[in-house]
Structures are given as C-alpha cells and as structure tokens.
Design a protein around this ligand. Structure first.
Ligand SMILES: Cc1ncc(COP(=O)(O)O)c(C=O)c1O
Length: 397
C-alpha cells in the first residue's frame, strides 16, 4: 500500500486506501493500466520474469497493475491473505471449485443456491466424475450426515439467493473440516462489510463484484479470496492457464466502488429493513423473508454471524404468479431486473427468471414459489420505495 504509515488501519480506511500503487506520475486516483503486455529491458530480464527469479508484470492474463490494486484492496477489506479477480461472479465460482476438484471427488452444498451455482455443481461437475450431494442448509443434522464421509469441497451461500436462508457457518465449517473439505462461501448477499466468512471458519470466499462492490450497474466482475497457499498454488495456475481475467477498466470501476461500499451498504440495510417492515404489515403478502426481521427463522443466527442484514428482501404474495406479475408491472420507481446490489431498487420473479431452468420441484424444494418476489432495495428514499410498493399493491386489487 502506498501510505506513509506503519499503523494498523481500520476497514473503512482500507476500503479507500489499501492497494493504491501510484505510477511515476503521482496521480491521486488510481491509474487504469489498459495494456495486455509488458516490455523487458533485455532477453535475460524476460527469461527471469518467466522462471520466477524476477517478480514483475508479465502479461495481463496473469497480473495487471490496476487489477492488482483491486485485488489488494479487497483482500485488505476482507481480512484475507490474498485475492484473485475474475471477469464475473460466475467465473469466480467456477474457478474456485474447478481449480481444486478432480474426478472421484465429492461436493456438498445446500439446495438453496443461485441458479447458475446449482448448474455448475449439479450439471457440470458430474460430467467430470465429481459427485454432488445437496442438503437443507438450515438443518445441521443433514450437514452432519452428508459430511460423515470424505468430501473435497463444501460450497454455500449465506444468506442464499433468493430465499435468504442463513447457514450456521462455524458449525458447518467444523463438520466440513472433519470430512477433509475446504469450505467455499459465496458472500454476495452479505458483502465484506456485513460478514467475514474466513473469520467464521471458511477457507475461501467468492464474490460477484458485479453486485454491491460495483453497486451502480456498470460492469461485471468477480473475486476469490483465501490464503496465499490457496490463491498462489491451487488457484493461481488454473487462472493463469484458463484466463477468466478481469478487464483493467472494470477493475478500476470496482476499485472505486470499494471506496463507497461501506456507506452504500449501510443505506441498503436501513432501507431494506424499512421496506421489509412495511411489507410485513400488508394483507396481500403471505410472508416476508428478511434476516433482520424477528419473524425470520434464523434471525438470531444472522445476528450472531452478520454485522447487518443486507439489502435484499424476498416476499411471497398471496395470489401466486398473477399477483407477482401484477405487482412487478405496477411498479413505477422500482425497476424489473434480475440484477441486485445496485443503487437502484430492482425487483424480479425468481420462478420465471433467475431460477427458471430448475424443475418446479427443485424450485419448491428451495422455497421458491410462484408468488415469490426478490427485491434488491436500493439507495433511494425509503419512503418513495414504500409508496411505490403500496401503489403497485393497490393496482393489483
Ligand atoms: C449469489 C450469487 N453468486 C454468483 C452470482 C454470479 O455473478 P455474476 O453475475 O457477476 O457472474 C450471482 C449473480 O446474480 C449471485 O447472486
């Protein structure tokens, strides 16, 4: 980090300053190094750069100065030894799993996962001889049973997308480690501001940086965090040779996103709680799911492992798909979109969008009903969002 201090800095300071590596021009904001290659002063220097005796930039598929600034800053905010960036969140999930798995291995995961994560574990990995076992993530007995045999990886989301299930991270991590597994946590809904999976027992954390880290709907990105050993020796060669690299321009957008992440997440949480409380008061709604509400079945667990409850609220409308469509079509401020973690509030119908490709039984097993709406609460005035939802609910009557 380019700072004169040797003092230990706090996360809010790190999110603004960590990783900054100024060029010879002494720029204030970080520079965008939009180059693919680097030049060497001599053939000997090139040789030494490839055999590892010289530690320097070689090629942007391996390392790039702007991408490295993003990686270093996110690692500091997360409290991880190392971070590797990828071109999207799914590239991060895929790389974090495939880099460490081989034929004959076993993966255990909860049923409640983002649709593409389910596809990788349930459809893609078995093609290469890696078996998948799914559990109810909220049931520790099922975890115990599933992890009573040797397992290579446990992959989970907490809170999960879209039903906001909370998984007991310390308990599952202990069981996983006894089974010989590495625990990979997709921390997208919580963000590094609200939950630190590594401190709770996880080994690897993945992000779709597309979501809150950018948080303004501008670009895709992903990140994988863990120990130096994991990032350099296990993940490093996989990324170098398969190339899901993050663009330097997108890394710069995400780097600037980190500077305001803490402020934005605070507002997302306050707005989401206000919206969740409003929805809970409405007769058209069967059930509101938000970890910050006392009615959430794992509210106490969420309090024990999260520093806040996030910006996503899910709710089941009494009238099923027709009521869900009527609400979505009646919104005037909130947009219909499958993205989340944006400054703009976005709502979607998981049954027909993000989880469309799952069989109906699989959706129902995850708690995704036809009347379920996932609302990513943005940074607008909470009262305007509540008024918009109230109007849309009224239109549906
Ligand atoms: C929990 C979770 N993981 C991973 C992803 C994938 O991220 P990306 O869209 O950046 O590939 C998403 C995207 O919606 C997500 O919600």
């Amino acid at each position: 980090m380019t700072t004169k201090t040797t003092r230990t800095l706090r996360p809010r300071t790190l999110s603004v300053r960590a990783g900054t590596a100024r060029s010879g021009f002494s720029e204030t904001s970080e520079a965008i190094f939009m180059n693919s290659g680097f030049v060497y002063g001599s053939a000997e220097e090139a040789e030494q750069s490839f055999d590892g005796t010289l530690d320097r930039m070689v090629y942007s598929r391996f390392k790039n100065p702007t991408v490295a600034m993003f990686e270093d800053r996110l690692a500091a905010v997360e409290g991880a030894e190392a971070c590797r960036a990828t071109g999207s969140g799914m590239a991060a999930v895929h790389a974090a799993l495939v880099c460490q798995l081989k034929a004959g291995d076993r993966v255990v995961a909860p049923r409640a996962l983002f649709g593409s994560c389910t596809w990788i574990i349930n459809d893609l990995l078995p093609r290469f001889g890696i078996s998948a076992h799914f559990v109810d993530g909220t049931d520790l007995d099922q975890w115990k049973q599933a992890l009573s045999q040797p397992t290579a990886v446990v992959f989970l989301e907490t809170p999960s997308n879209p039903t906001l299930e909370i998984i007991d991270l310390p308990a599952v991590a202990e069981l996983a480690h006894q089974a010989g597994a590495r625990v990979v946590v997709d921390n997208v809904f919580a963000t590094p501001i609200l939950q630190s999976p590594l401190a709770l027992g996880a080994d690897v954390v993945v992000y779709s940086a597309t979501k809150h880290i950018d948080g303004q709907g501008r670009c895709l990105g992903g990140a994988i965090l863990g120990s130096h050993e994991f990032c350099n020796d296990v993940l490093g060669p996989y990324l170098r040779h398969t190339g899901p690299a993050l663009s330097p321009f997108n890394a710069w957008v995400l780097l600037k996103g980190l500077e305001t992440l803490d402020l934005r997440v605070e507002r997302h949480c306050a707005n989401a709680l206000a919206v969740a409380r409003f929805l809970e008061s409405r007769p058209e709604i069967e059930k509101v799911i938000y970890p910050g509400l006392g009615s959430h079945p794992q509210h106490e667990l969420a309090k024990s492992q999260m520093r806040g409850f996030g910006g996503i609220v899910a709710f089941h409308l009494k009238g099923g798909k027709a009521a869900a469509y009527s609400l979505l079509n009646g919104l005037e401020v909130v947009d219909i979109s499958n993205n989340l973690g944006d400054s703009k509030s976005l709502a979607c119908h998981p049954w027909t969008t993000t989880h469309q490709r799952l069989a109906p039984e699989a959706k129902l097993a995850q708690g995704i009903g036809e009347g379920l709406i996932r609302l990513s609460v943005g940074l607008e005035d909470a009262q305007d969002l509540i008024d918009d939802l109230a109007l849309a609910l009224k239109k549906g009557i």
